[in-house]
Design a protein around this ligand. Structure first.
Ligand code: 4AD
Ligand code: MG
Length: 387
């Protein structure tokens, strides 16, 4: 008797087989495979023999409703459920789409360090650790290192875990999340937006075809996702603030957008929207000022549809040494650990732009999840390091 994996059952219709797989955790069953449209899997096994593989204790997760905390306490078992497995398969699909797209466009994958001597996205959300008597921080983004690698390879990206000690408990924040940073030499802000929208279009359209089964199982209404084609909408920060005020937000010019503001904006658009030209003062030190209005930065956040919030943050980078040095002073950043970064301008500088995508935010949006914590196998949250 041939023992087969349930995922490959289609090839064995009409044959007598022994079935094993995650859905058959505790038994292996022998029988004849039949196509059965009424079955959730599309197949049925006319069983002729069952053997017990393992005698398990009563399973803690029952068919009844469990509280969220209970389910996350049992995340190591909860991942066996069909809904959770579907989300993780969508995550896998998104990763492969991102990688394939960038590879086809001539990008080189260049990984950046996790243990770093500096911050990238501000000092308030750093995880600090001891590095043999020296202070080290877990990477918030690989961007600064990617800028060095873009000078060597032109088009580069990294993809790995990043860390933010954000004391926020929102449905969009993880302490540990996966980020793909991309950086391109001689690419300006506008071209970067075109690259970002092409990438997101590809990821979403791939998911609609490759993960159709999973999206159906999750009962995801895909009407909005089908609309995700370039070009996306673009609105400046100033116009976004005016629009939000009209819609009753109490945001004032100069303030960053809150999660509610992002949700309100996404309701206005049928496709994702780039919010461009934020005030330089509320954005990171490395962002290039707009030559037409230096109080604004050549940057954009990409806001997903249906209130899922920011999925990409990106900008053109300051390529002028003197200006970058001034920014270090303004942001009160220590010079010494960043000398290597200043070298990138000192020894041959060039225009360049890049962006970072939060993987779990994209998966949450595509899968239509209520919270980003279901988009990663083992989430790290403000109140959760277990399991
Ligand atoms: O907008 P962020 O902070 O941008 C950067 O870190 C840049 N250095 C990236 C670059 O230009 N290479 O983060 C990028 C994305 C966000 O748009 C969001 O999708 C995700 O990372 N992100 C988070 N995802 C989950 N939990 C958090 N706490 C996140 N913080 C950011
Ligand atoms: Mg951001």
């Amino acid at each position: 008797m041939q023992c087969i994996d349930v995922r490959k059952v289609d090839k064995f219709v009409g044959k007598t087989v022994c079935l094993q797989g995650w859905a058959y955790n505790f038994r292996s069953s022998t029988g004849t495979v039949k196509k059965e449209p009424r079955s959730p899997s599309g197949y049925e096994l006319t069983v002729s023999d069952i053997s017990v593989v393992y005698r398990a204790e009563a399973y803690p997760i029952a068919k009844k409703e469990h509280g969220t905390e209970f389910l996350f306490d049992h995340r190591h078992l909860w991942v066996r459920s069909s809904r959770q497995a579907a989300v993780l398969r969508i995550r896998d699909q998104v990763i492969w789409s991102l990688r394939s797209f960038l590879r086809e466009r001539g990008f080189t994958l260049t990984d950046t360090p996790i243990l770093t001597p500096t911050s990238c996205e501000g000092t308030t959300t750093l995880f600090e650790t001891d590095y043999f008597g020296e202070k080290a921080y877990l990477a918030q983004s690989g961007q600064l290192y990617l800028e060095a690698l873009a000078a060597s390879l032109g088009k580069v990206y990294d993809f790995g875990p990043t860390f933010r000690a954000e004391k926020s408990k929102t449905r969009r924040h993880l302490m540990e999340f996966w980020m793909l940073d991309a950086e391109v030499a001689f690419m300006h802000h506008d071209e970067s937006l075109e690259l970002q929208e092409a990438l997101i279009e590809r990821v979403v359209q791939d998911a609609l075809t490759q993960s159709a089964k999973e999206l159906t199982l999750l009962e995801r209404d895909v009407v909005h996702l089908k609309n995700v084609h370039a070009p996306f909408h673009r609105i400046t920060y100033d116009d976004a603030v005016s629009l939000l005020k009209e819609k009753g937000s109490d945001i004032t010019l100069g303030q960053d957008l809150g999660a509610d503001d992002e949700t309100k904006l996404s309701e206005e658009f049928d496709r994702p929207v780039f919010i461009t030209h934020y005030p330089a003062a509320i954005k990171a030190f490395y962002m290039k000022p707009d030559p037409m209005n230096p109080t604004r930065a050549l940057c954009a956040d990409l806001i997903a549809t249906e209130g899922y919030g920011e999925i990409i943050g990106g900008s053109e980078r300051i390529d002028d040494l003197a200006l970058l040095e001034r920014r270090f002073k303004e942001h009160k950043l220590p010079r010494k650990p960043f000398e290597w970064y200043l070298d990138l301008r000192r020894y041959g500088s060039f225009p360049h732009s890049g962006f970072g995508i939060g993987l779990e935010r994209v998966v949450t949006w595509i899968a239509g999840l209520p919270h980003v914590r279901e988009a990663i196998p083992f989430p790290r949250l403000l109140n959760r390091l277990q399991p």
